[in-house]
Design a protein around this ligand. Structure first.
Ligand code: F3S
Length: 301
């Protein structure tokens, strides 16, 4: 008999859930007002299904606050924005709905204070990622952004205050700290890595180890979903990455006894449940077919 196992900690993380809830509340509160537009700067989350649905409800994506008009509503994503962004939006007369993840907001406050205390800020992370750009914007864009051990070796400044992008690997932060310690610099470290990512990856790995096939549900342009796919593929060869139920490889799953499901941080609960329901239905039908087939063979004997 086939079994479906859902990896623990799949789907929306705490920060994404808050961002979605705040956006839905904003839509609800604004539904009788057709003079104000609702915007996000960049997509709210990396899931096209969700952003398309939000667009239908009137949430449009813009690239900068200047594209909005006086009085419009501007939702700040869970990645956060730099301090000057708030000033610009205020000057433009926009109403801000701040959906910055509380963990990211904590980093922003830390670097602002550290800068005021005279530290040189080091952010370990990807300089092109919106979260890192936002953090840098809370210390006057003065931070030294590094993403490798080599870059850590080339830091000349002393009196360093080190924070990390929430989604980086702990090993990278650990290695960089080791290098900076050896260099004899004065350093203050704040481990700001968010555990939601590592816990999700660990659960996906544990599930993949005991399954014949794995379905990873999430946006194909979502980096954390792709990471889950790579981890799963290592332990379970028959791993499939799907964005919607229509992509379920049902035929390939026919012979599998244990099918695992894991989902990225931007995958809505509704889609995960739809995938599970569709697979359960398929398994039941398939088992009935097999049973009928076995019975017919018995009768024909
Ligand atoms: Fe926040 Fe961690 Fe999610 S930083 S947005 S809870 S991955």
């Amino acid at each position: 008999m086939s079994e479906i196992i859902r990896a623990k900690n799949s789907g929306f993380c705490f920060g994404v859930r808050i961002a979605i809830e705040k956006t839905e509340d904003t839509i609800e509160n604004n539904k009788n007002n057709n003079t104000r537009n609702i915007y996000t700067c960049g997509p709210l989350i990396h899931n096209k299904g969700v952003t398309d649905e939000l667009a239908q409800k009137g949430v449009k994506i813009i690239e900068s606050p200047e594209e909005a008009a006086f009085g419009d509503l501007l939702i700040i994503r869970s990645h956060g924005e730099g301090e000057e962004f708030y000033g610009r939006a205020n000057e433009l007369g926009l109403e801000i709905i701040d959906a910055t993840c509380p963990f990211v907001m904590k980093i922003q406050k830390l670097v602002k204070q550290a800068k005021a205390d005279g530290y040189n800020i080091v952010v370990v992370g990807d300089k092109y990622h919106p979260e890192v750009k936002g953090i840098n914007g809370w210390c006057g864009f003065s931070s030294i952004i590094i993403n490798s051990e080599e870059e850590a070796k080339s830091i000349e400044a002393d009196n360093l205050f080190i924070v990390a992008q929430t989604t980086i690997k702990f090993e990278l932060l650990e290695n960089i700290i080791e290098i900076l310690k050896k260099s004899g610099k004065r350093i203050h470290i704040e481990n700001t890595i968010c555990h939601a990512t590592s816990i999700r990856q660990e659960s996906c790995m544990q599930t993949a180890k005991k399954c014949d096939a794995m379905i990873i549900v999430g946006g194909k342009d979502s980096s954390n979903t792709r990471k889950l796919y790579e981890i799963s593929k290592k332990y379970c060869k028959s791993t499939y990455l799907i964005e919607k139920i229509q992509e379920l490889p049902l035929k390939d799953l026919k012979k599998c006894n244990k099918i695992g499901i894991a989902a990225g941080a931007s995958t809505p609960e509704r889609i995960i449940k739809e995938v599970i329901a569709s697979m359960s239905e398929f398994i039941t039908e398939n088992q009935e077919d097999n049973l009928m087939h076995a019975l017919m063979e018995e009768i024909e004997k």
